[in-house]
Design a protein around this ligand. Structure first.
Ligand SMILES: Nc1ncnc2c1ncn2[C@@H]1O[C@H](COP(=O)(O)OP(=O)(O)OP(=O)(O)O)[C@@H](O)[C@H]1O
Length: 220
């Protein structure tokens, strides 16, 4: 089942084109990893995919590069924000003032495998970079949905932790699109690698069909 598709499209901001001739499809069951130099347009493509998927009425969990957390609120409350748009304003206000025990328990069960159990009640502003990143992932996992869109979701953790977090993402979402800069992690996670260079998608293939030289060419 095709979740989103682009056919020769131009993507950018206002009048500024970032990517042209983008032809790309995301099917249920796929894990796409976007590769390319800084500024190549990975975030731009992730944003366009997010708009396309949500525009089609799909539920999408988003882990943006800057995390978009509320620093003064606890890890648990930031995670609870993953479902704010499921409820009305009054219920949300109540949830954030006094999270119901059931909601707290559901978040706590997600914090354990993320290694954040001890930080549940700490404000995000008191956390390390890696802990903040994992809080943003907790919010995405708590939200759940048909697709995860995540922009460099493991950039602030070590390689072992990163592999474990990618396993969690894989287990929680039937489809995902990630930007990653670690090529080995990208190869082990992806069902398709999508390479961006000079304003175009120049590579779209399963990892086993992509040579190291093709990857190197993306960053040359
Ligand atoms: N809101 C915006 N308005 C205008 N131009 C933007 C905007 N956001 C990004 N750009 C430009 O679009 C281009 C692609 O940026 P993008 O963030 O998609 O790259 P990226 O591959 O995600 O980079 P990085 O790996 O550094 O996050 C860059 O030239 C950037 O300056």
């Amino acid at each position: 089942m095709t979740l989103a598709a682009f056919q020769g499209e131009t993507l950018g901001y206002g009048g500024a084109t970032v990517l042209r001739g983008v032809t790309l499809a995301l099917e249920r069951g796929e894990r796409l990893v976007l590769l390319g130099r800084s500024g190549a347009g990975k975030t731009t493509l992730l944003n366009a995919l997010y708009d396309r998927l949500t525009g089609a009425g799909l539920r999408v969990a988003l882990a943006p590069q800057d995390h978009a957390l509320v620093p003064q609120l606890s890890v648990t409350k930031n995670a609870l924000m993953g479902r704010l748009d499921d409820h009305g304003a009054l219920r949300n206000l109540w949830t954030l003032l006094r999270p119901p025990a059931r909601d707290r328990a559901e978040v706590q069960a997600l914090l354990d495998p993320l290694g954040l159990a001890a930080q549940a009640d700490q404000p995000v502003e008191a956390l390390s970079g890696g802990q903040r990143q994992r809080t943003a992932l907790a919010r995405a996992l708590y939200r759940g949905g048909e697709v995860l869109i995540a922009d460099e979701p493991v950039s602030a953790v070590d390689e072992t932790q990163a592999a474990a977090l990618l396993d969690l993402m894989r287990a929680h979402f039937p489809a995902s699109v990630l930007a990653l800069h670690d090529v080995e992690l990208a190869r082990s996670f992806a069902t398709r690698l999508v390479g961006i260079r000079a304003g175009r998608v120049v590579l779209d293939a399963p990892p086993e069909a992509v040579s190291p030289a093709q990857i190197e060419a993306l960053y040359a």
